[in-house]
Design a protein around this ligand. Structure first.
Ligand code: SF4
Length: 345
């Protein structure tokens, strides 16, 4: 079921292989980091369609992520973790036979053990912008980034041949702060099963059609989704959308000049508000100090009633919640609402 591969042969292009390919024994080989991505995109990669090269901005994001991985691992070591990073010059590869036809290959970032107790676990390192970092902390990786959990599960089985706790370590690229989440072994097992279920139809497709580049699997994502908009095969799969990646949502027509005027109106309104807001804050600070000194919560002053209002906020420890509950149960408790707004800086 599992093999490990390392040494100089594994070095060349270890991180830049296509996301899927065929081998001589009739398997389709899928890269672990792409295991939960669109199956049509995997088919395009395996049948030799040329992916669009990443643009400058995407390359910078990719390189930033790679260069920060050792930084996260060193921070974990300083926090008492025993960490064995993968040698970037000779990465240890894992090969997992997921179904009779689908093999998954990849290179774990590291293995390690937590400071106080626990066995050796796969550590999957990720870097996220502040919004994605917060979303991960709040929802847990199984909800926010299931691809990462699948990856960690594949490496766990590839390295140890069994389900074990796996660790997702993530750095907030804005704050340069890191945190980690332990995915318990039974949930690692479920993540592996989900990945197997996802990839099995691709294996069946290969068994039926061979390596036929024209026999495309169905699309897994819809035009306009972020998956399609960032897909390197977008121009091949949805030619019309490569130029126009918006949604069908009705949008009022606004000219560039009207947009410029809106920014100017917003900035001048914000400036007009800034001074009185500052004066209000200062006055309230003075009154708070006075009320505290008086030791009373309510006072009549200059024809006004001044009250010292005390409120209590309740915080949820998402890390403990995520460790205790599986993703389905968390979904019923931590719900997500999405809204749109415009911010001008
Ligand atoms: S454009 Fe969308 S549907 Fe087509 S291959 Fe890419 S992710 Fe899949």
């Amino acid at each position: 079921m599992k093999e490990t591969v390392n040494g100089p042969g594994a070095q060349a292009g270890a991180y830049d292989r296509p996301s899927a390919s065929f081998d001589r024994e009739g398997h389709i080989e899928v890269r672990a980091s792409a295991a939960m991505s669109c199956r049509r995109a995997l088919w395009y990669a395996a049948t030799g369609h040329e992916p669009a090269p990443p643009d400058e901005a995407s390359l910078t994001v990719l390189e930033t992520g790679r260069s920060l991985e050792p930084v996260v691992l060193r921070a974990m070591q300083r926090a008492g973790w025993e960490v064995a990073p993968t040698d970037a010059n000779s990465p240890m590869g894992v090969v997992l036979q997921l179904t009779p036809i689908v093999k998954v290959t990849g290179h774990p970032d590291a293995t390690g053990t937590p400071p106080l107790f626990g066995g050796e676990a796969v550590i999957e390192v990720k870097t996220r912008g502040p919004a994605a970092f917060r979303r991960w902390q709040t929802l847990g990786a199984e909800r926010s980034h299931p691809d990462s959990v699948a990856q960690a599960a594949l490496y766990t089985y590839g390295l140890f041949g069994e389900a074990r706790d796996a660790v997702i370590a993530t750095m907030d690229t804005a704050e340069r702060a890191w945190d980690h989440e332990v995915i318990p072994a039974e949930r690692v097992e479920r993540a592996l099963e989900r990945t197997r279920e996802w990839l099995a139809p691709l294996g069946a497709h290969h068994a039926t059609h061979g390596a036929n580049p024209e026999a495309l699997p169905d699309r897994d994502f819809e035009a306009g989704s972020w998956r399609c908009n960032s897909c390197p095969f977008l121009a091949t799969c949805l030619p019309g959308d490569a130029e126009e990646t918006g949604t069908d949502e009705e949008r009022p027509e606004v000219s560039d000049e009207e947009a410029r005027q809106a920014v100017a109106a917003y900035v001048s309104a914000r400036e007009a508000l800034r001074e009185p807001e500052g004066a209000k804050r200062q006055a309230l600070g003075t009154l708070k100090a006075w009320m505290r000194h008086q030791g009373s919560a309510k006072a009549e002053l200059a024809d006004h009633t001044v009250s010292l209002v005390r409120s209590t906020r309740y915080a949820v420890d998402h890390k403990r919640l995520n460790a205790l509950l599986d993703a389905e149960t968390r979904k019923e408790i931590v719900t997500e609402q999405t809204s749109e707004s415009v911010r001008i800086n």
